[in-house]
Design a binder for this molecule. Sequence first.
Ligand SMILES: [Zn+2]
Ligand SMILES: [Zn+2]
Length: 272
Amino acid sequence: MSVLSCAHVHTPFCDGKTPAPDMARAAWEKGFISLGFSSHAPQDFDPGSCIPPDQEENYKAQIRALQAQYAGRMAVYLGIERDYYACVSPADYDYYIASVHYLPLAGEYVAIDGSPADFCRRIDEDCGGDALLLARRYFDLLREYVVRARPPIIGHFDLLRKNNARSPRLDEESPSYRALALDALAAMKDTGAFLEVNTGGMARGVLRSPYPQAFLLSAWRQWGGEVIINSDCHDVRFLDAYFDDAEALLRALGYDHAVRLGRGQMWERYAL
Ligand SMILES: [Zn+2]
Ligand SMILES: [Zn+2]
């Protein structure tokens, strides 16, 4: 295992379970060279799952303190996972992960990776039973976000697979779905963003492969895109869960390197 880093780590400031100091200690004990915290950025809806706006400064202070504490031993970075509908600027952070979790549904923002019941309700009531229409809406939003903002990292590209695994509605092997996803990814290939290989769905026991699907990772490599392996860690037990599988998958697809948070520079390549 050569990743020895993770740039997608949550904390109890949002919906993470492990306090940041405990996460940093575990990373250090595993021999990590770097660790990036990325709690969900403040947003003005679904308050239980993001950093409360009045806690944003405390979150920054805690991560900056860890940065100082581990200086010279492990590089610690202050990031956020910024949803499409989040309300803060990422300018105060070392980096951010651009993600789409929420889509409007019946006048409110409902997470696409929330309950399977909401996933089905959205398809039935909002998309006329057409799961492909939901996929189109999701990818349209993510595409618009990434092309406009040119983020450092594209978070869990095909997140809708999570609930589709629990309540299958969409044929992920169908040519129409694949064309849709591939078209969205193609639009992002010149943004310079790193495509996240996210093992979070595997750690939760929902998926048997990371986000995104292999055919997307394969195309990304052919376009010369860079990838970053992350666990989307909410619980320290899964800090590097399935990293070996992610690396093996990337190697099988022809990747010879990936990107991680660096020690001297912000991002560094390492051999797979
Ligand atoms: Zn996310
Ligand atoms: Zn996350």
